[in-house]
Write a protein that binds this ligand. Structure first.
Ligand code: AMP
Ligand code: ZN
Length: 112
């Protein structure tokens, strides 16, 4: 399968990896939208959160959100934002599910 984030999980293309466990990794986003911008991705390929839920793997969904929260807590003492863009209207550009961790500035609402 031709998936950018699977290639990163496999170590076949470089990324600034800051966390790895049996089920997930976290990398620094190459195009940061905040002073701290990380991505948490499952090592197993799922295109979207919908696919994870449809696959009955809610434990994995909980895990990546928990990892994102722990990393966010470390970089965003004044608060942070977790984002999961999903599908075309959701603005997803890489079809391997990932949780954005954004921190280090005051976020605005509504998002674009
Ligand atoms: P999304 O638009 O929600 O699918 O998010 C995809 C994110 O992946 C964007 O924030 C990109 O900047 C980021 N990205 C794309 N390629 C890479 C890469 N090689 N390493 C790290 N982050 C990447
Ligand atoms: Zn993938």
């Amino acid at each position: 399968m031709d998936c950018l984030f699977c290639t990163i999980v496999a170590g076949e293309i470089p990324a600034e990896e800051i966390y790895r466990d049996a089920d997930a990794i976290a990398i620094v986003d190459v195009n940061p939208q905040a002073p701290k911008h990380l991505l948490v991705l499952p090592r197993k390929h799922y295109a979207t959160v919908t696919e994870i839920v449809d696959g009955g793997d809610e434990a994995l969904l909980g895990h990546i959100v928990a990892v994102a929260t722990k990393l966010a807590r470390d970089v965003g003492s004044r608060g942070f934002r977790l984002v999961v863009n999903t599908g075309t209207d959701g603005g997803q550009t890489v079809d391997h599910v990932h949780v954005h961790v954004l921190a280090g500035r005051r976020m605005t609402w509504p998002p674009g």
